[in-house]
Design a protein around this ligand. Structure first.
Ligand code: COA
Length: 206
């Protein structure tokens, strides 16, 4: 059984990170694009989809590893009656509950933003997405090779809103600390290897 990932930061992406989203989706294989969007998409169509994302009205969550590298994305697109969710985890990071954590955070975010109903569409043979939806308490219906999962959401209490607000702040500061540490670590590694090379060059031979 796959192990749950040890370290994960999940935070909403900002409008300045559109290219991060674009690169993430463009790196997906044709099959993964089909799973994510329920149809085959060219690079051009993906890029114009990403160009149209509204980072203010909607929510795009990013999951980041200990190197501050993006490993998963979740979207919540607000609708009048219901809001649509979508998920994608980097292929080499799947089966470590990243999708499940993104689902939990996105459901919480949807409630805090006042959404009353959420849904997700996926191909009917997409077992991981089906399991994620069922575990999140969604009811799933399938027709013509596509599945539709939905769930009503309870309004958030004042206490939940306060806690959420604090958690969001921690997620952002946690990300920037991680990024700083990763960059600092690579600088230290680089300077250590330069020093080693210099020492190697000075060492007497034989
Ligand atoms: C769907 C997706 C986001 C799940 O991400 P993930 O990080 O692998 O998910 P998790 O590790 O949290 O696993 C979710 C559930 O699927 C199960 N699962 C994971 N990989 C599986 C596999 N290869 N086969 C069967 N079940 C699997 C897990 O056991 C878990 O079920 P459980 O909670 O009952 O144990 C990921 O597979 C993905 O990016 N797929 C391509 C995009 C996509 O399909 N998006 C959905 C449409 S929007």
């Amino acid at each position: 059984m796959a192990r749950k990932i040890d370290f994960m930061i999940i935070r909403p992406l900002t409008v300045f990170e559109r290219e991060t989203v674009n690169s993430f989706y463009l790196a997906l294989s044709p099959d993964d694009r089909r799973k994510r969007f329920c149809c085959s998409l060219s690079d051009e169509t993906i890029s114009s989809y990403v160009d149209g994302l509204n980072f203010t009205r909607d929510t795009i969550l990013g999951a980041f590893d200990e190197q501050a590298q993006i490993v998963g994305l979740a979207e919540l697109v607000r609708g009048a009656e219901a809001s649509e969710m979508a998920f994608s985890v980097r292929p080499d990071k799947r089966g470590q509950k990243i999708g499940t954590m993104l689902m939990e955070r996105l459901l919480s975010r949807a409630r805090m933003c006042g959404a009353r109903k959420v849904f997700v569409m996926f191909l009917s043979d997409n077992t991981p997405m089906r399991r994620m939806a069922l575990r999140a308490g969604m009811s799933v219906q399938t027709a013509d090779g596509e599945s539709h999962a939905e769930r009503e959401l309870l309004p958030a209490s004042a206490q939940e809103l306060t806690r959420w607000f604090i958690e969001e702040g921690f997620a952002h500061s946690g990300y920037f600390s991680t990024l700083g540490m990763a960059q600092w670590g690579s600088l230290v590694d680089r300077s250590a290897s330069t020093t080693c090379k210099r020492i190697g060059a000075l060492a007497p031979i034989g």
